[in-house]
Ligand binder design. Structure first.
Ligand SMILES: O=C(O)c1[nH]c(=O)[nH]c(=O)c1I
Length: 309
């Protein structure tokens, strides 16, 4: 079996990659993902200026997953663009993802216009779902703002673009969000970001410093929500808009379920943070074993073919 995949016009030797925020802060981490079994990488979400992020401790692993309130720490847009342009020379056969968001609508347009005017030939992921910047809402929970933003973006942005979405929890919200996304030539949507503003307690205390311990939840806790979002949008979106599945992937079986729900690419967040880049080879082999046992040669043989009772 092969776990190769395609997003837009780009082919990837493997359908696994990191989730933005994990193993993607600097060249050292990104190089490790390049040299792993992963098919590609996405950068830490970049803002116009570099950011130190929220006070520490701001990330905590638990037995079943993780909680984080990083606060968008990143080395700034230019650092990641320079590195991505360098990789286009050293790895011309590979396509990488660039995650970004502005601290204001104006900044978002400034960033995307810079990408549009640059020689970057990869795929851009606009993060509409960061839950951890105090005072900033998760953009994609406001459908009017999201529609207005995408309308303006697609008036000038002509390169492959996808959006990173927060989890939705109401069928009507799936309907409303899909109606908006179907209006635009999106290459993909990425479901889901962490479940925002959870609270983890050890003994009598919260475990992270920012926001009195409130932070985004990842890991085993969120797989049912992630699968539901992948499948809900898979059933509602124009087939031209592909789905990247993120959330709760620990094993090849979890990845199999994301693809069964309609994912064309699967991202590792908490699992990658805990296990390191060797997780890509382990999970790829586990998925291939499942495919071989079932007689599936490519992920297209079972993508989106979730059975109902
Ligand atoms: O706190 C973060 O940096 C962060 N943390 C997340 O869990 N998701 C996000 O999109 C972001 I930008």
């Amino acid at each position: 079996a092969t776990t190769k995949t395609k997003i837009g016009n780009s082919e990837f030797r493997n359908c696994f990659m990191n989730a933005a925020g994990v193993y993607c802060y600097d060249k050292n981490e990104l190089e490790q993902v390049i040299n792993s079994a992963a098919g590609t990488f996405v950068t830490k979400t970049a803002t116009l200026q570099s950011r130190s992020g929220n006070p520490e401790p701001r990330y905590h692993d638990t037995a079943l997953g993780s909680i984080n309130s990083m606060g968008l720490p990143n080395l700034g847009f230019d650092y990641y663009l320079d590195y991505l342009l360098e990789l286009q020379k050293t790895h011309p056969d590979r396509t990488f993802f660039f995650s970004l968001v502005g601290m204001s609508t104006e900044d978002t347009h400034t960033l995307l216009k810079k990408v549009q005017e640059s020689d970057f030939n990869g795929i851009t992921e606009l993060n509409l779902s960061c839950p951890n910047v105090p005072g900033k809402p998760q953009i994609a929970y406001d459908m009017e703002t999201t529609e207005n933003l995408l309308t303006d973006i697609f008036s000038y942005f002509k390169k492959p673009l996808g959006v990173k979405l927060p989890p939705y929890f109401d069928i009507v919200h799936f309907d409303q969000a899909a109606t908006v996304f179907n209006k635009f030539p999106l290459t993909f949507i990425n479901c889901v970001n962490s479940i925002g503003n959870g609270l983890v307690i050890e003994d009598e205390s919260v475990v992270i410093k920012p926001k009195n311990g409130f932070g985004g939840i990842g890991g085993e806790y969120i797989k049912p929500t992630a699968l539901a979002n992948v499948h809900a949008f898979y059933k509602r979106l124009n087939p031209s808009i592909q789905i990247i599945g993120t959330g709760g992937v620990l094993t090849g079986q979890d990845a199999f379920e994301h693809i069964l729900c309609g994912a064309s690419m699967v991202q590792l967040g908490t699992t990658l943070h805990k296990e390191g880049p060797s997780a890509f080879e382990r999970i790829t082999n586990e998925l291939k074993a499942i495919m071989d046992k079932k007689g599936y040669k490519t992920i297209e043989d079972f993508k989106g073919k979730l059975k109902y009772l």
